[in-house]
Design a binder for this molecule. Sequence first.
Ligand code: BGC
Length: 749
Amino acid sequence: MVKKIVLSFLLLINISLVFSQQKTISQKVDALLKQMTIEEKIGQLTQYSFDWRATGPITVKRDQEEAIKNGKVGAMLNVLGSKYTRQYQEIAMQSRLKIPLLFGQDVIHGYKTTFPIPLAEAASWDLEAMELSARIAATEASASGINWIFAPMVDIARDPRWGRVMEGAGEDTYLGSKIAYARVKGFQGKSGDINAVIACAKHFAAYGAAIGGRDYNSADMSDRMLWETYLPPFKAAVDAGAATFMNSFNDINGIPASGNKYILSDILKGKWKFKGFVVSDWGSIGEMVAHGYAKDSKEAALAAITAGTDMDMESNAYRNNLAQLVKEKKVSIKLVNDAVRKILQKKFELGLFDDPFKYSNSEREQQELNNPEHTKIAREIAGKSIVLLKNTPPFAKVGAGVLPLSKDIKTIAFIGPMVKPLRANHGAWAINLPEIDSTYIVSQWKGLENKLGKNTQLLYAKGCEIDGQNKDGFAEAIAIANQADAVILSIGERWDMSGEAKSRSNIHLPGVQEDLVKAIMATGKPLVVLINAGRPLIFNWTADNVPAILYTWWLGSEAGNAIADVLFGDVNPSAKLPISFPREEGQIPIYYNKFNTGRPFDNNQHSPYRSAYIDLPGSPKYPFGFGLSYTTFEYSELKLSKKKIKNTENIEVSINITNTGKVFGEEIVQLYLRDKVGSVVRPIMELKDFQKIKLNVGETKTVKFIIDNQKLSFYNEKLEFKSEPGDFDLMIGASSSDIRLRDTFELIK
Ligand code: BGC
């Protein structure tokens, strides 16, 4: 009892401390605001890039240093390293009010230590691992002077032609929301810590729905689709405490996101009560002129500030027009003050007013950028991200699959354009610091060398380039394959073939690489193909003919070691695809949680009148949630605590999973639901929960899920998020197309 009283007392003190601290911050913000001229206020709403490392088109001529000195810049981006961030902060300290700068950076999948691209990491379905990699990335970046991370990207993407699928968590809203939450937590860290920074959920909103997968293109969709599919990961980011949001380049139903009041004010700041600030995307305010939504930069500035875009990145629209707009009373000073207030609030919270140089610490930078623990974790996470797509016995012989390879193999031919490169393993959106690029990447060749003893001879041939039609290297590749006991072939996309502005209409394996696969297969040697890419690629011949395939994405600094770990069985692959792989581009967009239509493609096979293509099956080549293991899992004993529930009740679901194979493994158990009849049509299945479990050989674990009303609810015709009485299908599976156990239940009034 006494302990309880003391604890409540301490809690009270703590709450009042936090409260008084908040109070002082808002008082400090108000006091500062009172001293600021309109130009200085607009300065806080202005962000510029360091010219050397532009991540967008530089369209305006800037006088950065002079402007910072005059209090006309609130934030920079692309200034990297403690030395440069310190230099810029020193200039800000020469300004009248000495307001420190924010330094933003696209730390998308690591800083010095590069982790797998976000789509690859999403394949791990390992939320703790993703939170940890974000934390490490932010820790390294923060030691280098960065206090604002332009990540996570939480755009749902159902179109692999879009180059930016690599930056997100794939096609699924439930998985994407969980990942968004974990990544925001990871990037931001614990407020007050030396390495705590602010994150930025982007790109708000519906950027991933670009028509035709063409970057920057319009998104045109129903409100229900927006709320049900595209918004939830952003809401999860708000729930995780994301300090900032970035708007998107696209228009949504005709209104560019930067000037979209419905998106920014009604939803984000209104309904969701988001208290942080919104930054535009690079030049996106100015681009409203090209959209044909604003006549000139002044109209664009008016639309943006009115809609709720607080900071202007690289358009110069606020700097050039806001003061005049205030003078003309088109923009109220209150609106400007509110935007400034939110930005200053974050600067205070970060502790920049106490020590503007707190993040630019060369000693900490040295330490964090060379922390061996980070390397170790990067290797583990890379291993968790590799998807085993196929593992059959070589040449239809019975017995085990080709993988894992034995470390006693005498001669291995390691062939392909991805074997030796370094940078290629980082993928797009890796931080481009010249001093780290070539030295801190374990190539795939090096990874194999590290793994194998002197008894194995490694032979190398490039075979061909990633693209182009030249087959001159085939002969050498075939010759070394013929000398080997097993062949590993590493092919894929070049690192700059996915990413921003890297949409492709053809997502087949580029160049003559699939011809190389055919040529090597013809040697009759056991073959493993590694596919490195930033998006789902199409490789039907390889998929149908090669016995073993690992999808290795772009895995980052430790790619080589992680690939070797999986190839030789030190790590048992456990990843599952977070996005469907199409058979041909013509199937795109293809995603598992589709509606049935009135004439489902997989029913009534004899009728031609189906919602199907006549030249392709309706299913993807590899479905959402798919991925193999070196062991096998048996699913049994599905039990539901109740078969009829009211919307105030829950069902507890339990199943037993047994490792029935010969090695330790991890399985991602997926729970899908289908609402059989709704007042609006419902998808044929929706992921509603999952668990990743570890199992020793022969071990059985009971996995439990709770189905609550939230999981049964959806946006009805009036856009209310509610459940409706009726029957539900429950599906427990190893992928969206490998459902092992089924049952039904009923929601009653
Ligand atoms: C991208 C953003 C990025 C910004 C700053 C833009 O082109 O769309 O994701 O944060 O540049 O580099």
